[in-house]
Design a protein around this ligand. Structure first.
Ligand code: GDD
Length: 241
């Protein structure tokens, strides 16, 4: 399935994911192994008080230090900077970013890889808002926030993807590094800015419909301040790009 010598790095940011981490890692190992693809999983834990790092260390003993790489930080510094931190250490030519809470199923990864290879893409985004993609388990408030954020971005910024707030994506490593360097926002709005800048820079973007399933264990970290940040980021990009 993979390019002959292509390696894939999965960046898994974690904050209080002790229950979810062993399951997501097991699934990732299974899908990459079945697809005969070289991979590593970088866990970026931000000092989770629930013992996520200890769970990650145990997984490292089971699957090996080549496969499970730990890049912890001492305290909670946010999702955007967690990706940047993990990216610095990534060995793969392709980077997959995804949540560790099982809302993103690794079964979609082989489809993302296949689409990237078929169309020689720079980015493949998982989309909940086209084809048979969708969301399950969210309440009305969360659905409205996500739909509203995506709708406003489509109208104001015409990005090259239908789901700009999602964070299940495959990037060429060099493209991701360039985008990270060009993005200014922090927090959840970061995902939207990445796609908008990628569109402006002319990168080739494809989409794979995904079903997003709300987490069973633990809690979302989305709060009111992220909604304010998103709105500010949207207006900033509207004015400057
Ligand atoms: N290292 C680290 N990880 C974090 C932090 N905050 C969250 N995470 C990890 O990031 C992933 C997503 O966190 P959630 O807080 O569960 O995200 P969410 O509210 O469900 O939001 C998801 O959907 C949004 C769009 O609807 C996305 O914008 C967002 O990126 C994420 O995928 C999980 O693996 C979680 O442990 C942090 O400060 N540091």
């Amino acid at each position: 399935m993979g390019e002959d010598d292509a390696m894939y790095t999965v960046l898994l940011p974690t904050y209080n994911e002790r229950e979810n981490l062993p399951i997501i890692v097991w699934l990732l190992v299974k899908y990459f192994t079945d697809a005969k693809v070289e991979f590593e999983i970088i866990v970026i834990d931000d000092g989770s008080p629930d013992g996520t790092l200890e769970a990650a260390e145990q997984l490292q003993r089971i699957y090996g230090e080549e496969r499970i790489v730990l890049r912890p930080r001492a305290k909670k510094l946010g999702l955007g900077t967690a990706y940047i931190h993990g990216l610095k250490h990534a060995r793969g030519q392709f980077i997959i970013i995804m949540d560790a809470d099982l809302s993103h199923h690794p079964k979609f990864i082989p489809r993302m890889i296949a689409l990237q290879q078929r169309d020689n893409l720079d980015i493949v985004t998982g989309t909940r808002y086209s084809g048979d993609g969708g969301v399950s388990g969210w309440d009305l408030r969360r659905k409205l926030i996500s739909r509203g954020a995506n709708y406003l971005t489509q109208v104001l910024l015409q990005p090259g993807a239908s789901d700009v707030t999602g964070s299940f994506r495959l990037y060429r490593r060099d493209v991701l590094r360039r985008l990270v360097d060009s993005c200014v926002s922090k927090g959840y709005v970061f995902q939207m800015e990445m796609i908008v800048r990628a569109t402006r820079l002319g990168y080739r973007i494809g989409e794979v419909p995904i079903s997003f399933v709300d987490r069973v264990y633990g809690e979302s970290k989305l709060g009111g301040s992220e909604i304010v940040n998103f709105t500010k980021g949207l207006l900033y990009l509207f004015a400057t790009t």
